[in-house]
Design a protein around this ligand. Structure first.
Ligand code: P6P
Length: 337
């Protein structure tokens, strides 16, 4: 039996005999080609002198790694060459880039999330989100057309550069996984549709920030740590890879809940992670797999963006856990201080 690949998936993504929109299929294949290229660059590491700092900073005020710059250049060039992307927005670019103004799609991406991990050989990834373009994009204010709620995403996914390179994506009919076969360069379908179990015994959060969290999150984690003798009546395990793509992938594979909530270190920011190209695409995938994604006020996918690089609190994964977090947040009387 020939390996089933991306093209076969795009020929019938929902299993109803209908092919994906041809322009969307072209974009997804182009993204997969770029992720193959980035996977190769990442795997070469020190051998290709792509590790370490680039000596530049990005709009986030963060030091850019060489691979951040290379991955970003690859993704922007791909979007431009595809001819189906009206404009592209990147974590590494202050403003969106106008490409093919009359094209049907907007592409957003974090070209290399968790890149600080690459120097220590920990899994990292590329995250992407596809929104509909409203039609002719006004050259004067390109960013504005991107400010759509995550619920409007047409597709989203990530590439995970780890022991294997994986491409995990959804076009709105479930989450499927492809594994890169290095000898052939093919993305072979190896899993899916993914399901996030409603219950779990595993949570992911950076515990060093405990004293900075809002009370609902402190109470939630305390319940998890209390184990069988506490309110939850069961013991929990904890994982924290500090690479969102890897942590979310674990949840799509074996369940769990991931939290990067608001904390008092930067009280003016809702959280560390970015809404448009981290929170929204990951929330889309998690919901497609039967999980939930909450920002402390409501579903992340309902948030109405006001800025391309705005941040969000992220609590996503097992429905039971996110439901519990929502109850704790709604019962909180005092506003954040
Ligand atoms: P911390 C990586 O830098 C990232 O943006 C996410 O991929 C990851 O979940 C988070 O930051 C890790 O943050 O504060 O634990 O280093």
């Amino acid at each position: 039996m020939t390996a089933s690949g991306l093209r076969e998936f795009l020929a019938d993504p929902a299993g109803d005999g209908r092919p994906a929109d041809p322009a969307l299929a072209k974009l997804i294949e182009a993204i997969s080609d770029s992720c193959r290229t980035i996977s190769y660059l990442v795997s070469r590491g020190a051998l290709a002198d792509v590790l370490g700092a680039a000596g530049t900073g990005n709009i986030q005020g963060e030091e850019q790694k060489k691979l951040d710059v290379l991955a970003n250049e690859e993704m922007v060039a791909m979007a431009r060459a595809s001819g189906v992307v009206a404009a592209a927005a990147s974590e590494e670019e202050e403003h969106a880039v106008l490409l093919s103004p009359a094209a049907p799609y907007l592409l957003l991406f974090d070209p290399l999330d968790g890149s600080s991990n690459v120097d220590v050989n920990v899994s990292i990834g590329t995250i992407f989100s596809v929104l509909p373009s409203p039609g002719e994009v006004p050259p004067g204010n390109i960013d504005a057309v991107f400010l759509q709620p995550g619920r409007r995403q047409i597709a989203a996914g990530y590439a995970l550069y780890g022991p294997q390179s994986l491409l995990v994506l959804s076009l709105g009919s479930g989450v499927v996984t492809f594994t890169l076969d290095p000898p052939t360069g093919q993305w072979v379908r190896t899993a899916g549709p993914a399901r996030v179990p409603e219950a779990t015994r595993e949570f992911a959060i950076n515990m060093s920030n405990m004293r900075h969290w809002d009370k609902p999150v402190q109470d939630y984690v305390a319940e998890c740590l209390a184990g069988t003798g506490g309110a939850r009546g069961k013991d929990f395990n904890m994982r924290w890879i500090a690479s969102m793509v890897a942590d979310v992938h674990r949840i799509l594979c074996r369940g769990g809940v991931f939290l990067y909530p608001w904390d008092r270190r930067e009280p003016g920011k809702p959280g560390k992670l970015r809404l448009m190209y981290e929170g929204n695409p990951m929330s889309f995938l998690i919901e497609q797999a039967g999980g939930r994604a909450f920002d402390g006020c409501g579903d992340i996918l309902e948030a109405v963006p006001t800025g391309l690089h705005q941040r969000t609190s992220v609590m996503l994964g097992a429905k039971e856990e996110v439901d519990r977090l929502e109850v704790l947040h709604r019962s909180q009387a005092a506003p954040r201080t």
